[in-house]
Design a protein around this ligand. Structure first.
Ligand code: GLP
Length: 268
């Protein structure tokens, strides 16, 4: 794991945007894994700005989102499709036909839908860079604690904690889904690079379990300890429970020197 601690959430977003930009500029047919939640909103803002000012083009980009609510109408304002449209897709030159979410509409079979999503990712050559947030209970995507560490795209029942954490996003009277389709942990682990963003003190315990705890299905994000290219971008508040912060900062400085000397080497 490469752990980088920034002074604030804005710098986390800037750094994440640089990773995405580098992938898009480097590869002719980049495949980007996307996440929802409040954390990546500032990343999407930066990407939109860069698209408008620096001509960062999404024309050849294919995207796969981590998750989507079960049986939700894609045009509902609460769907993750709408979230992505609002925060990214409608502001850039991406072809919406190349944007995928693991949907499961009323009448569709979640098993078939999950398999089809896996197949689609495979057909596109796999995900190059998967953006991730983390739930306060250590979940990634909607892989709640106890999710198999080798799970694939499937339907999951959300925990009470996740339902209550996300309830702030629903207006009074709006029905909040309790089930979702999500890439599995095995699916996420197949991405060539994973980029996890965590900001704010409410993530500090989950971040500590992910980095310094044992690999356990009780903290799904801890599976990233086994990923060859896991980059963890934290602000100071999210890093506050880590005991080795000075080592991570020192290692980051040393890495910067290597990058200055040898340039970036990302094997997409
Ligand atoms: C949701 C999403 C996750 C996200 C998490 C944290 O449950 N399924 O992908 O990482 O919430 O969201 P936030 O960034 O709002 O804290």
């Amino acid at each position: 794991m490469q752990i980088i601690i920034y002074d604030n959430a804005q710098l986390v977003a800037q750094s994440a945007a640089n990773w995405v930009k580098e992938l898009i500029n480097k590869k002719t047919d980049p495949v980007l894994g996307l996440a929802t939640g409040s954390t990546p909103i500032s990343l999407y803002k930066q990407l939109v700005e860069q698209h408008k000012s620096n001509n960062l083009s999404f024309k050849n980009v294919t995207t796969f989102n981590l998750d989507e609510y079960h049986q939700i109408d894609p045009v509902s304002s609460q769907s993750y499709r709408s979230f992505m449209t609002e925060h990214l897709f409608k502001h850039v030159d991406i072809d919406v036909n190349n944007t995928y979410l693991p949907t499961c509409a009323v009448g569709e079979n979640p098993r078939t839908q999950g398999l089809a999503y896996e197949e689609k990712i495979k057909q596109q050559g796999g995900v190059d860079l998967q953006v991730l947030g983390i739930g306060a209970n250590g979940h990634i995507g909607f892989n709640e604690p106890t999710s198999s560490l080798s799970s694939r795209t499937r339907i999951k029942t959300l925990t009470q904690q996740t339902i209550s954490d996300n309830s702030r996003l629903f207006k009074p009277g709006e029905q909040q889904p309790t089930m979702a389709m999500t890439m599995g942990i095995g699916t996420i682990m197949d991405a060539r690079y994973v980029l996890l963003m965590a900001t704010g003190a409410n993530k500090a315990n989950a971040v500590k379990d992910m980095i310094a705890g044992g690999v356990s299905a009780m903290c799904p994000a801890s599976a990233l300890q086994m990923h060859e290219n896991a980059i963890i971008l934290l602000d100071k508040a999210a890093a506050s429970e880590l005991s080795d912060q000075s080592y991570y900062q020192w290692a980051d400085n040393e890495n910067r020197k290597l990058i200055e000397h040898y340039g970036y080497f990302h094997n997409y």
